[in-house]
Design a protein around this ligand. Structure first.
Ligand code: ADP
Ligand code: MG
Length: 627
């Protein structure tokens, strides 16, 4: 082993600011389970071996001299040192500078951005792992020596994790013949990690299923196998225990939670392939990253090809695991994978299987099912919009909060089963939050009739609900758009009885229309209201008001549809105004019009369109009231 050997000629580089932040967090983290650093290093070593295995398909010379792809973990208790050595692809000087000085992973960046304090960071490091830099949780100094496969040069990278690192060329004799050696000079309180037994325990716990064999070797001792690197997904399901699946999930998904669902099967017939995939129980950090990338790993006959093939649709991007094909050519280029018909067929089949297995959970393990819906429901719903051919399958899976369901997740089947007499549509309300929907005046008439209304508060809801034709022959209807058509549905005895006479209301409607001019497209009475005097709704055709708001936020306000003002003929204020209108006293009606319009906007969470005039009119009215 090389003693502290950074020569004066070594180049000094500063870490990218995010890395410094991450390192600071690592060192000061209150997270107690530091074991995970080893998992991160082993995972990188395994990746390096798999990358070489793949590159050697087209360039067999890269393996010259030594065909073995393996990881060796060397311990030196007396020297308080630990090294993770691989025979993988290795790194050039530039790669060392790029890969070990910056943060590439979008998940890690999102992780840092989302952090509020170091305490939280500590816990999150434990849950997600943040790669190579985890080494500084236990090491005072880290030295990485690497020789890239097929090259005649070796370099050493070194750092104490405090702001900068050095890179220098080293003699070939001081580097692995091929691959990378990551050597940790352990901190005093981390001396335990230089023990053979500790390392073996951690590898078994976290890395037993990396697809590359792992050996342990104590100083001057014989190497012994710690993990055999076999492909768990090729084993028959009956021979794999739940604990093994769990550990494999941790390895393959780079995650620490327990999978909510495990799907393991072999397809035979037209295409032959093995599938071992998982639905996590916690949200990955990049779940709502605009790139919407999945991370399913594609293997061809046990050779790792890529985790960027996009085998599953974007709305299943949370699924983790492995698909291993027997039929794809090994030398298939990553580009060709994008349009490969075999892979497309596999993707369709795995999609169906995952959806049906999630569906089965609803009965067999409602708790796990609930967790999936809670965590990934908004992502699944993207499929309702993007994959019309999957809508029926997805409609069986998605669950909703509703206005009458309390905290329960309701299926569309539940909602339809509980339809009221004469109800023909599935009602929904778009909103920013459940509270806001429950407080909206437009809901009153529905609530008064005991109707169940879907509460849709995910951004994607505004999209799918407009394009979905219906469920089980029942159309979806917004409660804030078009006529309420609630007249056929019975009100409980005694409600809404005292109404202004229709002729009076007609006069009032005409007067309000005139007073409001082009602020509204129409004024009408409606059964939608019970306690409130007025509300605004969207015209029958076009966008729901909230959808319009959401889209304007993204694309600028290019819709600007005039809403309809609806009035409640049984409200005391409306009755009084109707009486005035009927008596030909139009002045008070004209004065009230902007106030009614303004208050309807306020109830929708908006400002009156002319706040100053609104305030002025309000003051005048209050003055009169006090006089
Ligand atoms: P990630 O593994 O998610 O990319 P890491 O922080 O663990 O993030 O590693 C950063 C990068 O450093 C890797 O993507 C890889 O390019 C490089 N790297 C780390 N360890 C090795 C290794 N043993 N062999 C080759 N490259 C490595
Ligand atoms: Mg890594």
């Amino acid at each position: 082993m090389n003693e502290h050997a950074t020569s004066p000629s070594a180049e000094h580089h500063a870490f990218q600011a995010e890395v410094s932040r991450l390192l600071h967090l690592m060192v000061h983290s209150v997270y107690s389970n530091k074991d995970i650093f080893l998992r991160e290093l082993v995972s990188n070593a395994a990746d390096a071996c798999e990358k070489l295995r793949y590159s050697a398909l087209s360039e067999p010379g890269l393996l010259a001299g030594d065909e073995t792809l393996a990881i060796t973990i060397e311990t030196d208790e007396a020297g308080r040192r630990l090294a993770v050595v691989d025979t993988g692809i290795g790194m050039s000087r530039e790669e060392m500078i790029d890969n070990l000085g910056t943060i590439a992973r979008s998940g890690t960046r999102a992780f840092l951005e989302g952090l509020k304090d170091a305490r939280e960071g500590g816990a999150l490091i434990g849950r997600f792992g943040v790669g190579f830099y985890a080494a500084f949780m236990v090491a005072e100094r880290v030295r990485v020596t690497s020789r890239k496969a097929g090259t005649e040069a070796a370099h050493a990278w070194e750092s104490d994790g405090k702001g900068e690192f050095t890179v220098e060329p080293v003699a070939l004799a001081d580097a692995p013949a091929r691959g990378t050696r990551v050597e940790l000079f352990l901190a005093e309180d981390a001396a335990d990690y230089a023990k053979d037994a500790t390392v073996e325990r951690i590898v078994r716990a976290y890395s037993a299923h990396v697809p590359v064999p792992i050996r342990g070797r104590a100083r001057d001792g014989e190497p012994r196998e710690v993990a055999d690197g076999s492909a768990l997904w090729m084993k028959p399901k009956a021979s794999v225990g739940p604990e093994e699946y769990r550990e494999f999930y941790h390895t393959v998904a780079d995650a620490f939670d327990d999978p909510a669902l495990t799907v393991h099967y072999r397809a035979e017939g037209r295409h032959e392939y093995a599938v071992l995939v998982f639905v996590p129980s916690q949200k990955p950090f990049d779940l709502f990253d605009p790139a919407r990338k999945g991370r399913l790993k594609l293997y061809v006959r046990r050779v790792f090809i890529t985790d960027e093939a996009g085998v599953l649709p974007g709305w299943l991007r949370f699924v983790r695991g492995v698909i291993d094909s027997e039929d794809l050519p090994l030398n298939i280029s990553r580009e060709m994978l994008q349009t490969n018909p075999i892979l497309e067929a596999i993707g369709r089949n795995v999609t169906s299987r995952v959806l049906s297995e999630i569906g089965k959970l609803a009965d067999s393990d409602p708790e796990a099912f609930g967790r999936i819906i809670e965590t990934f429901g908004p992502v699944l719903k993207e499929g309702l919009y993007e994959a019309p051919d999957r809508r029926d399958e997805l409609f069986k899976l998605v669950r909703f909060r509703t206005t009458t369901g309390g905290d329960a997740w309701r299926s569309l089947a539940d909602v339809v089963k509980d339809f009221k007499e004469n109800q023909t549509a599935i009602y929904y309300a778009l909103g920013e939050s459940r509270q806001q929907v429950l407080a909206s005046p437009q809901l009153e008439g529905y609530a008064a009739r005991g109707l169940e209304v879907l509460v849709l508060t995910d951004p994607v809801d505004a999209f799918w609900v407009r394009t979905a034709i219906g469920y089980d022959g029942k159309p979806f209807r917004s409660i804030t758009q078009g006529a309420a058509d609630l007249d056929a549905i019975r009100l409980p005895e005694g409600a809404g009885e005292e109404s202004a006479p229709p002729e009076d209301v007609a006069r009032l409607v005409a007067a309000l229309k005139e007073a409001l001019g082009d602020k509204v497209s129409d004024v009408r009475t409606s059964a939608r209201l019970a306690a409130s005097a007025v509300c605004l709704v969207a015209p029958e055709f076009g966008l729901d008001r909230l959808a319009e708001k959401l889209m304007s936020r993204h694309e600028g306000n290019r819709f600007d549809m005039k809403p309809v003002l609806e009035i409640n003929p049984s409200h005391a204020l409306v009755r009084a105004l109707a009486a005035k209108a009927a008596a030909g006293e139009l002045e008070p009606v004209r004065a009230a019009a902007p106030l009614l319009h303004g208050q309807a906007r306020i109830l929708d969470g908006e400002a009156p369109d002319d706040p100053a005039a609104f305030a002025q009119a309000m003051s005048t009215l209050m003055e009169k009231g006090l006089a």
